[in-house]
Write a protein that binds this ligand. Structure first.
Ligand code: ADP
Ligand code: MG
Length: 454
């Protein structure tokens, strides 16, 4: 290799790095880099897009990079330095607001493949930092030896911190590694619903088979099994069956097993017999890494000041971090303008004004609404046209649509078998009323607070 050919040499180094690092880390840190200078004395200067990358490469990857260089050049390269060399992106300062921020709705797509797994939730796209390295290592070990080492593997942590992502990453990796493996991904809510349905329809045999004849069972959000005794009983037997046959079980929850109220003692002790790890809040470094990775994946460039601002202001929820970013990207597409820092601040304040979207389900929404207005669930789904009741019904419909993104026919079905046009009308009605009716807005805000700030 001609070691004076900067392009060729860097490509060779990158090729080595790519197989050493995870895809997300590789893209984040190396996509916009190049060799600027190779001196006759064997010093290389690498151009990086910003200071942050510079520090990161110096601190984390320097040894690896130098090692690769030396290998490739027979030790002719002796020294590496990093220099910030922005890619010449022009940042238009403070642009006039042509697009109404409140009209931008972004829904992060919840895609699914044939196994019920989101194709985006892979190890490659999972950024590892201090807050989740143990969970990550545990997940890797499970993929190494499913059913052998850490069984069950229990992951807990707050909303939007990557539990579902990691759980599904295990699924993806196992399916890739063992082509014949039977892996089932489910969550407590689905397990409960299917169990109830199986009893009702007399199809318990089928239900048992579906859950017991698997090699790996991934159960998301087990906390939703709290208080559901017969479901817990069934899950206990499912668990034992799998466990005794050395089948891997992975469970996630928003809190540790002991802290789940109304969870049977014997289930708690089953869960504690394996490995329990938590995912903590991401530190700044990790939040920055996630933002950069998302930019790279989407082929976007955001000004460093924006990235820093987002990472310092959204600290508790990666989903929110992604949501803010999606909103900025949407703005970028619609307005064809480069978002300014001012605009980003505005976006953030509009996001924090609307309640943080945690893990709620349709039943919780209905419950919160009837609790607030003083009705019973049966009232809400009844045919009664009492004025206050109609209002409560419409608010419930509005929240289901707005916060859960459910389809109108689906909402109709849940709310007493109503026609989807009626549902759509109710939704629009509330949305319009909210613009002018301060009291209604307060009520909706209050219900949301109760729902999300448990
Ligand atoms: P939880 O199940 O804990 O509520 P999710 O797994 O749904 O959280 O994660 C929320 C979002 O944040 C997802 O889009 C996920 O891809 C992303 N995310 C979470 N943790 C990470 C991480 N470590 N690296 C990259 N993306 C992450
Ligand atoms: Mg989740």
């Amino acid at each position: 290799m001609d070691i004076q050919d900067k392009e060729q040499l860097w490509q060779a180094v990158l090729a080595e790095l790519e197989v050493t690092l995870s895809r997300a880390n590789f893209l984040t840190w190396f996509q916009s880099t190049k060799i600027l200078i190779i001196s006759p004395e064997g010093e290389v200067i690498i151009g990086v897009p910003n200071n942050f990358t510079k520090e990161w490469l110096e601190r984390k990857y320097h040894k690896i990079i130098l090692g690769i260089f030396q290998n490739l050049t027979n030790q002719k390269i002796k020294k590496i330095n990093y220099q910030v060399e922005p890619l010449g992106v022009s940042i238009i300062p403070s642009v006039p607001l042509k697009v109404d921020l409140n009209k931008i709705k972004v829904a992060i797509k919840e895609e699914m493949n044939g196994f019920g797994l989101n194709p985006r939730y892979t190890f490659e796209r999972f950024i590892v930092g201090k807050s989740n390295e143990l969970a990550y290592a545990g997940a890797q070990a499970v993929v190494e030896m499913p059913g052998k080492k850490y069984n069950p593997f229990f992951i807990y942590g707050g909303v939007g911190l990557g539990k579902t992502h990691l759980l599904q990453a295990i699924g993806h990796a196992l399916l890739k590694k063992y082509s014949k493996l039977k892996c089932l991904y489910t969550n407590a809510e689905r397990f409960t619903n299917e169990f109830v349905k199986a009893i009702r329809d007399g199809t318990m045999g089928k239900f048992k088979k579906a859950h017991r004849e698997v090699d790996v069972l991934l159960v998301d959000d087990i906390q939703f099994m709290a208080g559901k005794e017969s479901t817990q009983e069934e899950f206990f037997h499912t668990f034992n069956h799998l466990y005794q046959n050395d089948k891997q079980i992975v469970i996630t929850s928003d809190r540790p097993p002991k802290a789940i109220p109304a969870l049977e003692e014997r289930l708690i002790s089953r869960f504690t017999s394996g490995l329990i790890v938590d995912i903590a809040l991401p530190d700044l470094e990790m939040r920055l890494a996630i933002l950069r990775a998302r930019c790279q994946e989407n082929g976007r460039v955001l000004d460093e000041s924006i990235i820093q601002y987002l990472a310092t202001h959204i600290q508790k929820n990666i989903r929110e971090l992604e949501g803010a970013m999606a909103k900025i990207f949407a703005y970028q597409d619609l307005s064809k303008l480069t978002p300014s820092l001012d605009l980003v601040k505005e976006i953030l304040s509009s996001l924090s004004a609307s309640a943080p979207k945690g893990l709620v389900n349709l039943k919780q929404i209905i419950q919160a609404v009837v609790d607030f207005y003083g009705f019973k669930v049966n009232d809400l789904i009844s045919d009664s046209r009492r004025r206050e009741l109609v209002k409560a019904r419409q608010v419930a419909i509005y929240l289901m649509r707005e916060d859960l993104n459910l389809s109108f026919p689906m909402i109709g079905k849940e709310i007493g078998g109503r026609d989807h046009t009626t549902v759509m009308y109710s939704y629009k009605r509330v949305r319009e009323e909210l613009e002018k009716d301060g009291r209604l807005k307060q009520e909706v805000d209050y219900i949301r607070q109760r729902l999300y700030n448990k």
